[in-house]
Write a protein that binds this ligand. Structure first.
Ligand SMILES: NC(=O)c1ccc[n+]([C@@H]2O[C@H](COP(=O)([O-])OP(=O)(O)OC[C@H]3O[C@@H](n4cnc5c(N)ncnc54)[C@H](O)[C@@H]3O)[C@@H](O)[C@H]2O)c1
Length: 353
């Protein structure tokens, strides 16, 4: 019989979405404890989860004997230490995005995970969606033909309320702005579709709120497969849009899922010629479908823990997202076009802060 893993969720903000995900998979996971230094916030979420309440992330939490997995939903600047401590305490670890703020830190955490013999799974729930799965199937099967150009729009709206939370809006604690905290999801989805990035040009600006981190930006990527990707990011849009368009030889693919889950259906797949609709429908019917978002990621996580197989999201995936961020910030600051991969002696390897 499959094992039921006992989870401790640390951080009761986005932790509430993790609770929903685990509760949908109750035969696979039991939420043993919810921890937050704001004990009232922890208690409210623990009541929903049927879990015990804990305060500060501390040695007493790590010493509990009812936890297999520690799920870190803390502000970004706390991720590195919290993940390292939880791994060294012998727990499997899940960690919210952005995992950390540099390739150097990502590599250090990967080494700590290896030494600990435990797994570290970053969170990229946004890529688990059946619309994106169709797009991936068309590209990977060759049905889409050559990819010409992709655009990603993250046009969101954030104001004073959002930035009233003290860790947001500062490089030291949020690690970055709209590219790091908001557009990271759709850009990660893009690289799962199109593969590695060859070079990055970028510009960033603070235009919308009185903050330190960028709230507007644009980047142009040359992909290793020859395609071009254009990324646009703002937190000053009146409406909220997450949209990806991928123009290929045989089809144009357009995301239409909800703003925080645009990998989900509906996606539009427009054949180049009306006569192509038949084969396109046949190809789309072959695409895999499964549980989406947090439930999708956590279900595959359980399967990986049981089988010892590959995690649905790996440190290498987080590393790829961090490498893109490192290149975007370096390109924006220097005006250079930055070639990837970034070697250990590149100034951006140690991060952008
Ligand atoms: N995957 C997603 O779609 C998604 C969405 C939103 C946020 N996030 C990420 O989740 C993380 C948390 O963001 P949030 O919006 O939930 O932040 P938040 O500020 O709402 O929640 C963080 C919680 O951590 C608690 N906390 C801080 N230090 C602590 C400590 N030492 N011990 C115990 N509790 C402590 C705070 O009291 C707070 O309740 C960030 O990394 C963010 O980027 C991911």
């Amino acid at each position: 019989m499959a094992r039921r893993y006992r989870v401790g969720i640390v951080g009761a903000g986005i932790g509430a979405r993790h609770v929903e995900g685990f509760l949908a998979l109750q035969e696979k996971f039991a939420i043993a404890v919810v921890a937050d230094r704001d004990r009232d916030r922890a208690a409210r979420l623990a009541a929903e989860a049927g879990a015990a309440v804990h305060g500060e992330f501390d040695d007493a939490l790590l010493a509990r004997d009812d936890l297999d997995i520690i799920d870190i939903c803390l502000p970004p600047f706390l991720h590195f230490d919290a993940v390292a401590r939880a791994l060294r305490a012998g727990r499997h670890v899940i960690c919210e995005k952005p995992l950390v703020g540099s390739l150097a830190e990502a590599d250090a955490l990967e080494a700590i995970a290896r030494e600990s013999g435990r797994t570290l799974m970053p969170v990229f729930q946004a890529r688990f969606g059946n619309g994106l799965a169709k797009a991936r199937h068309l590209i990977d099967s060759g049905a889409a033909g050559r990819v010409y150009l992709a655009t990603c729009e993250t046009h969101w709206n954030r104001g004073a309320d959002y930035y009233a939370v003290p860790w947001r809006g500062k490089f030291a604690s949020e690690l970055g702005g709209a590219f790091t905290g908001h557009a990271i999801h759709i850009h990660e989805m893009l690289t799962t579709l199109l593969g590695p990035v060859r070079s990055v040009s970028a510009a960033t600006a603070v235009r919308v709120n009185p903050i330190e981190t960028e709230d507007c930006g644009g980047a142009v990527l040359e992909m290793a497969n020859g395609a071009i990707a254009v990324l646009s990011v703002t937190l000053g849009s009146a409406d909220q849009v997450s949209r990806m368009r991928v123009m290929c030889e045989n089809v144009t693919m357009i995301s239409g899922g909800p703003v925080y889950a645009c990998a989900r259906e509906p996606w539009e797949f427009v054949p180049k010629a009306p006569k192509d609709q038949g084969w396109l429908d046949a190809a789309l019917a072959q695409a895999p479908a499964g549980p989406e978002q947090f439930v999708g990621q956590f279900a595959l996580y359980h399967a990986a823990l049981e089988s010892g197989g590959g995690l649905p999201v790996t440190v290498a995936d987080a590393r790829r997202a961090i490498e893109l961020l490192s290149a975007i910030y370096h390109a924006a600051r220097t005006g250079e076009r930055v070639a990837l991969p970034l070697a250990k002696d590149h100034p951006a390897y140690r991060g952008w802060r």
